[in-house]
Structures are given as structure tokens and as C-alpha cells.
Design a binder for this molecule. Structure first.
Ligand SMILES: [Zn+2]
Length: 152
């Protein structure tokens, strides 16, 4: 296959996640449970970016993200751009920010925490610089790597 055969198929309707930090695209597919998607998913890893040097990209045909999915992506890839595509045109473009709270999207890694024992919805306060998540119930604080592993 020569270079001219490699094309990124632009999507007609769906979502494009742009300006993702390198290495986050595959994790995002895992979070969105898209290992066997119903419609086309195209990803680019470690591609050139004028803004960031290098970036990942995810194209999701026929998919709009739910609020909870956007919050999960915010925990992994804050500053990424979400483009909503309708009839091959960009209908909206938003910067994905770090959520202030994470409700029901990450699990507590403290085995003694009452949240799973009591079947409570998980609740975390999100702190920035460095990124941390503090459990509302047991006050355990998780760092960036732990948060990435705790996203459910
Ligand atoms: Zn906890």
C-alpha cells in the first residue's frame, strides 16, 4: 500500500474527537466500548498537529456522545476538541474540559470504601494541577494513572 492509498474517511454524521493526547485514542475506544462498533470507527495515533506537535484522533460515524461519556473523556484528555458532524459539515465544536465532579463514572479503588458495599453511586471531587480525584465517601485520593484505570 502506498501513501496515496491511505485516506482518512471523513464522516457524514457523527463525532470527531480531535487534539487527543498521544496514547489516549485506544483507551477512549475501550471506555466507549467500541471494540466491535456497529458503524465505522477510524482512529489516528501519533499524527502531526500544528497545535500540539503530535496528537491522536477518533472519528465515530453515526455516534453522538452522552454527557457521561464526554466527562470520562475529559478525565483522560482534557483540552481535546469534540466536533459534531451533520451532513458532512461541522455543526458544533467544543473544548472538552475536566469535569468538576465525577458522578457514577469512576469507581473507588479503596477496598474499604462503603460506596460499592452499600451500592451507592460513586461520587468524586476532581482537583486540578496535578489531576486528582477525591472520593466523597472515604476521601481516598487517586492520581492521574489510578483515575484512568478507575474509569468504568
Ligand atoms: Zn471511596
Amino acid at each position: 500500500m502506498n501513501e496515496s492509498d491511505i485516506r482518512l474517511t471523513p464522516i457524514k454524521n457523527g463525532t470527531v474527537l480531535d487534539h487527543l493526547p498521544v496514547g489516549t485514542a485506544l483507551k477512549i475506544l475501550e471506555i466507549l466500548q467500541l471494540s466491535k462498533p456497529e458503524k465505522a470507527v477510524t482512529i489516528a495515533i501519533n499524527t502531526e498537529s500544528k497545535k500540539m506537535g503530535r496528537k491522536d484522533l477518533v472519528f465515530l460515524e453515526g455516534k453522538e456522545l452522552k454527557k457521561s461519556e464526554i466527562e470520562k473523556i475529559g478525565l483522560l484528555a482534557r483540552g481535546a476538541t469534540m466536533n459534531l458532524i451533520k451532513a458532512s459539515e461541522v455543526k458544533s465544536k467544543i473544548a472538552i474540559e475536566l469535569p468538576e465532579k465525577a458522578i457514577g463514572i469512576i469507581k473507588c479503588m479503596n477496598p474499604k470504601c462503603i460506596s460499592p458495599i452499600e451500592g451507592l453511586e460513586t461520587k468524586f471531587f476532581i482537583l486540578q494541577k496535578p489531576l486528582r480525584a477525591k472520593c466523597f465517601y472515604c476521601e481516598k485520593t487517586m492520581g492521574e494513572k489510578e483515575i484512568a484505570n478507575a474509569i468504568k
